[in-house]
Unconditional design. Sequence first.
Length: 780
Amino acid sequence: MKKILMLSFWGALLLVSVAPLAAQNSVDVLNSGPQPANTAGCAVNPQCIPAVWSTTSNAGTDISAAITANFVFDTNGGALPTDFPPATSGKICLADTRDLTGTTLFGQIAANCQVAGGVALLLIRDSGVTAPSAIPVFVISTANGDFLRSDVGFSTTTGVSNYPVRINVAVNVPPANPTGQHNCPNGQAAAAYIGPGTANYTPNESLCLPAGAGQAVEPSMTVDSQGNIYVESIRGVPGGLDLWRWYKTADGGPNADGTLPFKYEGQPDCGMFVTPFCSESGFAPGGGDGDVAVNAPDPSNANIPNLAVVSLSAAEVTGSHSTNRADTFSTPNPATTGVPFDDRMWIDGFNDTSHVYMEYHDFGTTSQIFVQRSSDGGETYSGALGVAIDAATEPSVGPPSGNIAGQIKVDNSSCSSHGNLYQIFVGPDNPVDNSNNSSAFFNAAYVGVATGVTVTSPALTFTDYKIFSCGAGSTCPSGAGLGNLFPALAVDNFGYVYATWSDNTDVYYSYSTTLGTRWSPAIKVTRNSSQAGKSNVFPWIAADANGHVAVAWYGADQAGNSNSVPATSTHWNVFVAESVNGHAMSPAFTVSQATDHSNHTGQISTGGLTGASDRSLADFFQIGIDPNHLINIAYADNHAGPSVTYFTRQKTATGGISTKGKCAGTSHEAGGNGHVNGKHGGQAQFSFNYDGSDQQAGSASFSDSGSGVNFQSTQITAATFDEVAHTVTLTGSGTDNGSPVTFTIVAADSSLAPPGLFSITLNDGYNDRGNLLDGSITVY
């Protein structure tokens, strides 16, 4: 449940909130009419359209007898009582939510259908609905809606379909588990799917979801230090969360094709398979947002790592945790936050046995990002409190525009930075941009850094640093700003910090070798890939070994804003960019496609609750890297019906991953390229890099055609850094036009000592020095 702060929460909630839905019904086309392609979950005909009943319709009871009639299609979406024509009497209403032009309650559409004499409503939409009404309401996908509209067809005069249809009584979909998934209820919300896989990723598998769940979107995931994988998704308030686990010892090893036999672990926030407290208290689950995090193995509990879970209800955050690998959970705590009326919490575990950090937004007034700590594994969060937006930054990212916060991250390295907290967010670059009160001016990315944190610190003090800015007054190259949707952050095992975000066209990446205080120039991981110039949204990032980092996102097969690309011809997939030298001066990324089929067709909304585009995938997905350096991905998919969670992982670890190295903040890096004035006129070109953390071999080159100089280094023997002057001095050996020389290069940082300076001295008598004419120099 995302938002741009300070917008109307409750009005949007009425339209897009998702209630738990019941077992799957189906729709048949009769009288030898065109037949749909789907064959799963069909009750009578071998081919049918899956339909999901809204539990608040038909006075809370699914149909007990089939409904057979022609449908009447309303071209206006059914928002007005006059939309359904006189021919509706005794027939089934068909309405497409894509035809709505304003805010309309789904229950009102059903009421309008009933007034016109309709006996049931088929609502075309890619996610479940809450539609209180006296007649039954069923949701079918946009793909199946297009089939009824175009293939089955209807009279343009009366709206009556060319063929009758039958809405069948709900049946349980048998739990087919080709990957060995277990503990799945007999009835399934969607038939099991397993794909062919890709060159680098295992066959994509759907995770079993109980009939009645309606959807499983916004999958969060985490992998503990023992390799156990936990995936969580949301149904929407008050549907709650769903959770799956893969624990090799109990659940079985990988299948021959690399798929995993996940165990369905129910709903930890008062749904299925949980404590008696839920049924006895009548406590309703959340499901508006969710997240999971793990701790280190607990020696006092058979070395089982604690698992923390949070779930958002309408106005509070529910917390619970498991100490037996998700088989049971503690009694849910329905009020974990210190500030009421909050939103979009994220959590991360400290690598001890019980401390968990949670951040969340104040939804009502301040746009502040609050951070709290739990000392009991995620049951309560009263150990510490802080705010991630400092006083200097608040005028830029507070009201009226606000900000969008990503997941909080803890430095769990063995370095001196152990325990540092990092909180990423995007918002306006400055107070003037903030005054526009527009998400298009979310043109900067920030990180709040808390250092010197211990698990006994009662207060958490953050200082904010700017990671990147499109520029004051800019809406970024795409015109869409950076709120598309969440920025994301990762910390590797050596304390290096990595960030990613999207402007709806490109996915950006930056890293910090200085514990979050300075950031590398942002690069586009989509550049020089098949996704360059196309729509790319929802990036997520993970890191483990020294410089091993992965960024994943949803990428379209065509250009345009994700909110307005062609709804019937835009196909989306999951892409991954991976690097093994992620904090080198010039990190190298390899981009590959992880999905073995398009997981979504149409538009993707980046507007959160207030977005008018397709929200069937909700607002993000997550990845994690396991102890074997394999990338694991949980994503939302609605290619075959309702949106459910899928999983895939890397088949083999990428070569070149380094598990040794220097801690962040203990080594230096420098690099740059550009032009200076030549010694005898014209321009001279330079390029160099030096990496004290051994992520990239050092090199330098220089050419001055007016002086006949063409230098290339062969070895850098020494590097000296002046942290006051922000300069680096490199010495070593090389060649000038093929002849051996020694060299000395001095370079000044172009942002900290503008405009930057470059000088070179060769022992063959040549030297040159000048301010940068273009390009840049960075000295860490």
